[in-house]
Design a protein around this ligand. Structure first.
Ligand code: ADP
Ligand code: MG
Length: 699
């Protein structure tokens, strides 16, 4: 790219070796370029000065005050030592306080001299005070500064006298020398067609905006840059994959599929189910390997879709396999699929950690001979001893619990050509994110529930209203329904979690002495767990007290009430998954979120969303907006190719879309980016990668 940009930051005026070390370790700023791309997290208007006398209310924004210190006094001893000062601008007095750097503050600032303070006043005992404000000598030119960037600073930097203001100063020093040396990152036609601000101007304005309008254009341009390269990178891989990896070509739909569809289908398929089956039929007939992510809300009928897709593979003479994250889920799939397969003469088997050795041996030989057509199991199916005759399709359920490495292992289960891969997840991933993170998978969505489902009625209840909840439970049981009660696993201490759960169990047994209560948690022996689950599934037990082990898969249509204890400790997607355990039968279902009455506004907002919508995509979208995409369940391990410095996948959906379209057009015409007009794109992709890789090795 440019000459100066890659210079070590220590050579910038105002930095030097000591500060360079701090900037590197605290903010990952190693070069001029890194500083240039260290953007302000917000902006303040420094052209206006507040009057102390006009401060009102308890939530005052950041303000600028002009005046002088009246006095300084030291208080406290040792670690509790602090410095207090009174500051006035003639309209009133505000207290200023420092909890460290007492000595240097006292040396550097004197009473009577005019300063500008910048900070956020807080109301304490009826009086405003300002902790650790930024302080500058008041100069007449100061008010011409206008909009200024505020930079994130760590505690350690602050203690070493590097403030947001310091960063601002360093950026100014850099902007004096850098702009002439900056190369564009986008070809002229993209800039022109999309009315983007040139890079040089955008970088200047992101740090020192001429006006709010300039700032917004600068943000738009830099977000576009980031998202465009992210998309370009993903699409480049996708394209290469579709060009290079050949797959088994399934020429016919086949007899098993047709037989099942015409004679054994338990209910008419929904429109969405039909559509995604067609999508997969097309993939598997194309001669290329299918890599498809099937998303569908809990209860949308993914199992049936997976089964029918497997029938196509079987009809073409291939074997198939389903991998599920837990033994319980694998067994349930086995039961469902055995039933479905009964009438059409397809052979199904279950393989888990608890499959007996003898059974296992039979299974192994049937797999090798090709006699066995559907294998259902847990991780056990990827063990090296499991050898297929000709595996044509792999279905992975609940994708987020499997790592990428495990997926790759399944690929190798067919020695000549990798099997088609169908990944199913009920964790709805918003489209913008799926596009960006799972760019290497094609996405199918079942966006329609089977007919007749009633939305689950969701309520928020405080612990203090437990008795009315108990009464409600009693009524529902009298109506013949069953109830789940779920406790969170908090991970801090397993013994403590278990104690919580056990106490909850005992409490429920006390409240409902005449009812059968079963009890399930992750540390139980598989056989005991199975027994307890069975009690509930058969209807022998009316209440199940459990941890989140029931989160995935379990299907008991008569269970219509889900009570979630300490709901505030769960992620929204997890709450939604849990709620999906009810609402599977004909009765009105309920989900009650129990929580402590004292919760933060954010927590309340999160839980509120659950009561407002039953749509998993809406829940995920809202979750992502509140928590940011990094935290979204199911995406942690996938990661993005580069850090996003300015764009936000949740909020910038429109730019994601725009960037995606443009990137896709370019890749379509020039998959290897080797046309002269695209050379700049190739160079920048390389540069982005070398940056990511270099620094991650060092830090
Ligand atoms: P999930 O997508 O959560 O895995 P399942 O495959 O377990 O959902 O399906 C949930 C329930 O809906 C099952 O009891 C299944 O038999 C039923 N089901 C699936 N497809 C249909 C359909 N087209 N019409 C009616 N019920 C259906
Ligand atoms: Mg399922």
């Amino acid at each position: 790219m440019n000459r100066i940009a890659n210079n070590d930051i220590k050579y910038l005026t105002g930095v030097g070796p000591k500060r360079a070390e701090l900037l590197a370790s605290e903010l990952k700023i190693h070069t001029f370029y890194d500083l240039l791309y260290y953007f302000p997290f917000r902006y303040v208007d420094r052209s206006s000065i507040y009057k102390i006398g006009n401060l009102t209310g308890c939530d005052v924004p950041y303000v600028q005050l002009k005046g002088h210190f009246i006095n300084f006094t030291e208080n406290g001893e040792g670690a509790r030592k602090r410095l207090n000062a009174l500051f006035t601008d003639g309209s009133g007095i505000i207290e200023v306080v420092w909890f460290n750097r007492v000595k240097s503050i006292k040396q550097n600032y004197s009473p009577g001299v005019e300063y500008i303070l910048f900070g956020k006043p807080t109301l304490y005992n009826g009086r405003y005070s300002l902790a650790h404000p930024e302080i500058e000598l008041s100069k007449p030119t100061m008010l011409q500064r206008g909009l200024q960037g505020v930079y994130n600073i760590t505690e350690k930097l602050r203690n070493r006298s590097i403030s947001s203001r310091t960063i601002q100063q360093l950026v100014e020093n850099m902007l004096k020398i850098l702009p002439t040396d900056l190369n564009e990152t986008l070809p002229p036609h993209i800039i022109a067609e999309n009315h983007l601000m040139p890079l040089r101007e955008a970088l200047i304005n992101i740090h020192k905006p001429v006006s709010l309008q300039h700032l917004s254009q600068a943000q738009q341009r830099l977000k576009f840059d980031e998202l465009f390269y992210l998309q370009l990178n993903i699409l480049r891989y996708t394209k290469q994959r579709t060009l290079n990896i050949s797959g088994h070509k399934f020429n016919v739909v086949g007899t098993p599929f047709n037989d099942f569809y015409n004679n054994h289908l338990p209910f008419p398929l929904t429109g969405a189910q039909k559509r995604v089956i067609k999508e997969m039929r097309h993939d598997m007939g194309s001669g290329r390997q299918m890599n498809r992510l099937l998303q569908g809300d809990v209860g949308s009928g993914k199992t049936l879709v997976a089964f029918m897709t497997m029938l196509i593979a079987i009809g073409n003479g291939y074997q198939t396999c389903i991998m599920a994250p837990t033994e319980i889920l694998a067994s349930q799939h086995y039961e469902t699929i055995s039933k479905l397969a009964k009438g059409i003469g397809v052979k199904v088997a279950l393989l888990t950690g608890s499959t007996r050795k003898k059974e296992r041996e039979i299974l192994h030989s049937q797999l090798q001979s090709g006699e066995l057509q559907i294998l259902i199991g847990t991780h056990a199916v990827i063990e090296d001893t499991v050898i297929f005759h000709n595996l044509g399709l792999v279905v992975i359920d609940e994708q987020h619990r499997f790592g990428v490495a495990q997926r790759a292992k399944l690929w190798k289960k067919n020695a000549t050509t990798p099997p088609h891969v169908l990944v199913m997840t009920a964790t709805p991933i918003p489209r913008t994110l799926a596009m960006t993170v799972y760019g290497d998978l094609d996405v199918s969505i079942i966006d329609e529930l089977p007919p007749g489902r009633k939305p689950v009625h969701t309520m928020l209840q405080f612990d203090t209203h437990r008795e009315s909840v108990n009464r409600f439970m009693g009524e529902q049981i009298k109506l013949g329904r069953q109830i789940y009660i779920v406790y969170p696993l908090i991970h801090e201490s397993e013994t403590l979690d278990l104690k919580n759960l056990e106490e909850g169990y005992e409490y429920i047994c006390d409240v409902f002495p005449n009812r059968r209560v079963c009890f399930v948690h992750g540390q139980m022996k598989p056989a005991e767990k199975e027994h307890q689950m069975q009690l509930f599934a058969s209807g022998a037990a009316e209440i199940m007290v459990a941890t989140t082990v029931i989160e995935v898969g379990v299907n008991v249509p008569n269970a219509s009430v889900m009570i979630i204890e300490n709901a505030e400790r769960f992620g929204l997607s997890q709450l939604h998954q849990l709620r999906g355990r009810v609402g599977r039968g004909a009765d009105q279902s309920y989900c009650i979120l129990m929580s402590h009455p004292k919760m933060s506004a954010d927590t309340r907002k999160r839980l509120q969303i659950m009561t407002e919508t039953n749509d998993g995509f809406e829940v995920a979208e809202a979750d992502m907006k509140l928590r940011g995409p990094g935290d979204l369940e199911g995406t942690q391990q996938s990661g993005l190719a580069f850090d996003l410095k300015i764009s936000n996948l949740a909020r910038d959906g429109q730019i994601v879309q725009q960037a995606r379209e443009i990137a896709s057009r370019i890749i379509e015409n020039d998959p290897t980016l080797s046309n002269p007009e695209n050379r700049i794109l190739n160079q920048n992709l390389k540069a982005l990668f070398s940056r990511t890789i270099n620094w991650s090795l060092i830090s």
